[in-house]
Design a protein around this ligand. Sequence first.
Ligand code: HPA
Length: 281
Amino acid sequence: MVDAAGLLIDPEAVEFLAERGFAGPRVGFVLGSGWGHFVESTEVLAACPYEEIPGFGRSTVAGHAGRLVRGRAGGRDYLALQGRLHHYEGHPLSRIGGTVGALHGLGVTELIVTCAAGGVNPAFRVGDLVLVHDFINFMFASPLRGAPGSLRSPARVSERLVRATEEAAAGAGIPLRKGVLFSSKGPSYETPAEVRMTRTLGGDVVSMSTAPELIAASALGLEAVALSCVTNLAPGVVPGGEVNHEEVMEVMTARKERFSELLACVLEKLESDREATVGGK
Ligand code: HPA
């Protein structure tokens, strides 16, 4: 039987990155559209383009730097996938899951997955930050496919990381919504009828990513949580709602200070919580 680690962790990639100084940090980030600014707001200690990492693919979407970064914020080291691989770019979900596997192989045990998203809950506003406490994988595929004969427990967002993120945001005075993320396959943004369907099925925000990384993280035993920034109100929720990638990036740029501060506070919170536990493990 192939277990999740055998499926998702490529020892060659881990060795390649460990030799270049990426091993050690316990907190990892997957930085989606626009979220890469967090890295720029911190000290960059090491960076490696995805093309150079064995088994990784190239990130082709505007606004996704496509590199692995070891950075430091407030004296705390982190690893970040600055820009993600998307299924709609043609990357198999196993490869996307493999990027999480590489982080884990390097020592990451707590993962914050971020994305830009359309607001489906009519109470949400453009610019809202949403803490994802659960998700719907509507990609009709899984990064765990290929593990013969092994059915999996449902993926879980970590309740501890949800609480830690809420506390970090409250401490910094950053308002947070909470909701369910609906991950669609893309690359087309959803039609109004599809958006109404996501709402009927229980989604509060919709994006074309994030579920694969959460599923991979859960199977590998990482604690993971996700954050979305609402960049548009999805068509079909509000009359005349429209969306394109340029507008998504504009909204993210306008919010970059706030979400970067939130991620720095979450990093600080997770590290200080770990220090406070017996043995600092
Ligand atoms: N749908 C899917 N993905 C998105 C959206 C959306 O409306 N906005 C930003 N990413």
